[in-house]
Design a protein around this ligand. Sequence first.
Ligand SMILES: NC(=O)c1ccc[n+]([C@@H]2O[C@H](COP(=O)([O-])OP(=O)(O)OC[C@H]3O[C@@H](n4cnc5c(N)ncnc54)[C@H](O)[C@@H]3O)[C@@H](O)[C@H]2O)c1
Ligand SMILES: [Zn+2]
Length: 372
Amino acid sequence: MLWEYIQPVTIRFGEGVLGELTDVVAGLGCSCGLLVCTPFFVRSGLAEKLVAESKGVLVDIYSQVSPNPEVSEVDACAQLIRNKEIDFLVAMGGGSTLDCAKAAGTVCFTQDSIRKYHGTGVALPAKHLPLIAVPSTAGTGSEVTCVSVLSDRDLGKKGPIVSNNFYPTIALVDPELTYSLPAHITAGTGIDVLSHAVEGYWSKGHQPVCDALALHAAKLVFQYLRTAVREPDNKEARAKMAEASVIAGLAFTLPKTTSSHACSFPLTNLLHIPHGEACGLTLDYFARINAEAQNGRVHAFARDLGFQDAYAMADAIYELKKDIGLRLDLKEFNLTDEQVADLVRISRHPNLYNNPVEITDEMLNEMYQSMR
Ligand SMILES: NC(=O)c1ccc[n+]([C@@H]2O[C@H](COP(=O)([O-])OP(=O)(O)OC[C@H]3O[C@@H](n4cnc5c(N)ncnc54)[C@H](O)[C@@H]3O)[C@@H](O)[C@H]2O)c1
Ligand SMILES: [Zn+2]
């Protein structure tokens, strides 16, 4: 088996590492930074505090990032970067914020809209701004991935752009930032971590380093996610979920995600189910479909996690979702036949082809029918 492992992002992890931001910036040798975040951190006062403490190197804030960021937000952020002659970015937030900053940090060197590169196969130019990624969810792992997931509501599409430009320069992973996450976001983002680990493992692009990372991350999620949801102030559970998130990011960015992420795009786009919850919705279903794949590898993964086999792992995923208050089906949407057909059609996303078992439209249809 031929494989390669590359990971260019420096990761600094621990309670309080956000306090190192000014020193980290000094190390980059940059002087004119933009803080990218969501309105939440403006309301909480943390955005202003970071700017005030930055000794003048953070010169402005772009805070108009929404969940599942829009191509128009990337373009607006890129325009601000051009106007202010920004030379580095700090992105503080969930995957949406990090992904918006990643794309803006490249497209700012062109006069293009990011639309030109979103799902079109047009390669991005290589030049990009240094990015310090500060994740506040646990989460997408975007702080260590080469992926930016964007939405284009006008065209009704959501999907990733993959580029080596998108590896942040440094990830500052401070679990304290996740203490303010409400239970429902903790639950949804936490099941996203499990999806990254499990899908990274069974992806057709799997490889031994990422396998080991996937196993570590999945173990932490099964052990700590319930506690993080039920006891938001439990520092150990928050730290372990932050660890799981960054390590699951490392586990999937090279092998890429598979079927559950492919299906999550229409579930989010058409039914507005948050990203992590949308991935989790189908994860146990695909664990059953993939159970016998890859000469017993999926069973072996499940056994290493302490389950009898992959079917028992699928049951455990279902129980975990139930316990943390995530959706288990799509009944509330009263889906029409047409909507089911749309879900099937749009789930045929490139990530689906990384799944170890070939997924047919009949299989997708059967899955969505069973959730109605
Ligand atoms: N780039 C990647 O590698 C990658 C991987 C998986 C998913 N994604 C994408 O990332 C996006 C989802 O990111 P996400 O799940 O982190 O959520 P998010 O960034 O969309 O944030 C969800 C909500 O949580 C709030 N929030 C974030 N941090 C908070 C905190 N500490 N306290 C209180 N509220 C907080 C946000 O303001 C927002 O309202 C999706 O678009 C998804 O497709 C990217
Ligand atoms: Zn994800």
